[in-house]
Design a protein around this ligand. Structure first.
Ligand code: SF4
Ligand code: SF4
Length: 194
């Protein structure tokens, strides 16, 4: 279980405009209407492991507490099961807001270092952008290297077996027009301009 933050928040901790910025993203607008009922936290199967519950993340986001939400483990533990979104009485798309926060955290390099989920997300998208698809072997190698290199040693046998059965390849996989993928991703990458 993560450490629970119970520190008092002050007005000086706010990054004015952050909440409005998030709520201006299509799909995130309804956050304004959050009534802090806590249904999202109640139905979330992972909230007991989170440093901030989904309800708290919604409140902190709307309240401009950018540093707290972007540095939280919660956004990375969210498994995108959509239970909160389905149950929210105000039809707030909590899962999509979590995605928006994850994206912002990656762009600002704010994710917890050596925490596998954001590292995997970043390496995965960088590889797709470069080659149009991923090379599993390389992705796993980078993940171990950037999170827990010692864990690789405990898994070398499995890697070898996967290579023998052709499930893992050492060759870099790429599609023909991979430049098109990069251009498409750049075009949808709104954070680059902000
Ligand atoms: S369920 Fe919806 S309204 Fe209730 S706290 Fe969560 S986001 Fe807010
Ligand atoms: S989508 Fe994420 S925050 Fe919502 S209930 Fe599932 S794990 Fe929890």
């Amino acid at each position: 279980m993560m450490e629970i933050h119970r520190t008092i928040k002050y007005d000086a901790d706010r990054v004015k405009g952050f909440g409005k910025e998030v709520m201006s993203v299509p799909g995130c607008e309804q956050l304004e209407g959050c009534i802090q009922c806590g249904t999202c936290s109640g139905v979330c199967p992972l909230s007991i492991y989170m440093d901030y519950t989904p309800r708290q993340v919604m409140a902190l986001t709307r309240g401009d507490f950018k540093n707290e939400v972007l540095s939280s483990h919660t956004i990375w533990l969210c498994a995108s099961c959509y239970a909160c979104t389905v149950e929210c009485p105000r039809e707030i798309r909590i899962t999509d807001i979590m995605y928006e926060l994850k994206q912002r955290a990656i762009h600002e390099g704010r994710y917890p270092k050596r925490f596998p989920i954001p590292v995997l997300a970043r390496e995965f998208s960088a590889m797709v952008k470069k080659h149009g698809r991923i090379t599993e072997m390389l992705l796993v190698f980078k993940l171990f290297l950037k999170t827990n290199p010692f864990a690789a040693m405990g898994n070398w046998r499995m890697g070898l077996d996967l290579m023998k059965t052709g499930r893992f390849s050492l060759a870099t996989e790429k599609i023909k027009q991979h430049g098109d993928i990069a251009r498409m991703l750049d075009a949808t990458d709104t954070k680059k301009e902000s």
